[in-house]
Unconditional design. Structure first.
Length: 217
């Protein structure tokens, strides 16, 4: 049987390096976790002789411990990313109109800043649907909820709403850069919504409201 080259010091040092990275707050909790790992490693290695299987069993336990640490790290990163981004809300703390979001999106797109351009353009979509009465205003709405709610009222655009929400989530919470093609896809969706009459929550359409085309761009 091939021995597994892993020891207590290596596992402890790996855990210390991982937990000391900048993404983790330098608080006493980190020290407590490291202390717990050191004690656990000491107990495992100190009792190696009495364990069934001896050092092979110890090696397996150390590998399982390393996997558990990596899983915990991934969960911590995801939780901290969500905390930094304020959850998965579509709108931030700034109350802007659809026209304001379009203008902001165009400024970012002109600078090839595709992630914020995508965010603002989908916010323009959501705000436009609220402003014309297609959807009720919902400050806590997420991009996924927007796609669901808008898709129910405008079922012919359901797939496009879902795709736009996926792109928004990718650039906002997946921290992807975004691409001009994705931005143009949301622009096309927004332009189509502006051009068509608003739909009520029961799916019926009414007369199109007067639009300030110069402001909308």
């Amino acid at each position: 049987m091939v021995p597994i080259d892993i020891d207590r010091d290596a596992a402890r040092d790996a855990a210390r390096r991982e937990l000391s990275k900048a993404i983790y707050p330098r608080e006493s909790l980190t020290d407590q976790i490291l202390t717990w790992i050191e004690r656990l490693l000491y107990r495992i290695t100190a009792g190696a002789a009495s364990l069934p299987g001896g050092w092979f069993t110890v090696a397996v336990l150390l590998v399982l411990l390393a996997v558990a640490v990596l899983v915990a790290v991934r969960i911590a990163r995801r939780a901290m990313r969500s905390s930094r981004s304020g959850g998965d809300l579509l709108f931030d703390e700034h109350d802007m109109s659809a026209a304001d979001h379009r203008a902001a999106a165009q400024r970012h797109a002109a600078a090839a800043e595709w992630a914020p351009a995508i965010r603002h353009r989908l916010r323009a979509v959501a705000r436009h649907l609220e402003e014309n009465g297609t959807l009720p205003a919902a400050p806590g709405r997420t991009a996924t909820e927007l796609a669901r709610d808008a898709g129910r009222v405008l079922p012919d655009l359901d797939g496009r709403f879902a795709s736009a929400a996926d792109v928004f989530n990718d650039v906002t919470y997946g921290e992807l850069a975004g691409h001009p093609e994705q931005y143009r896809m949301i622009v096309a969706l927004d332009d189509e919504l502006v051009a068509r009459p608003p739909a009520s929550s029961d799916g019926s359409t009414g007369a199109a409201p007067q639009q300030d085309w110069a402001a909308l761009g």
